[in-house]
Design a protein. Sequence first.
Length: 236
Amino acid sequence: MKILVIAEKELKEYILKPGSISWGIIFPLVFTLAFAVRFGDVDHLAPGLMSISILFGTTSFVSSSIIFERRLRTFERLLVAPVKRVEIVGAKILVGTLFGLFVGAVSFLILRLFMAYRVWNPLLLITFMFVSGTAFSGLALWVSLRVENPINAMTWLNLIRLPMIFTSGAIVSLLLFPHWFIVVGLITPMTYAVDGMRYAMLGYYDVINPIYDLLVTVLLSMLFTYLSVEELRRLY
């Protein structure tokens, strides 16, 4: 209940605003159309484009809220409330995940206009979208708490996000690269989101069995949640 109360506060304060809603629509709209118009047949690209939308949606929201609260020193209000650190972290990650689902859904609706095939397993797709958003939100929260100057959080996130786009197979299949590059892809968290969504949408995968995709993504969510709680304990 405490997580839900904090999450409700976050939704009203940050997400249910015209600016956040418009950004959640315009970003995937422009980004998705840019690739759809360029490549035409976007079925193989669709899972990667959705993963990128969820990645940027979750990480941008979580880091922005942390930057804002740490700069104005309003984050301390949560710490003096009768809630545990894990509940604060859980609420932040939950809201970031919900925003990522919203951005991912907008991206999906646009992609559906250009896709030739139906979604193979909608329930599995929603599952991968949720756990991927949780992992990305946890990553953003940990990085935002890790840096001493909150302003630098976005810079560090860009250093993580941009390479992941090209090493995860989101744009180009990892099977087209040398074997050593596939190893790089296997240590990229986003690879498991892309491959899992590809299986859910199209019924096949490039590199990793979808069972391992789901397992690793859940483990990453738990890992980043734990690291965020520990970092919050170290800071305060």
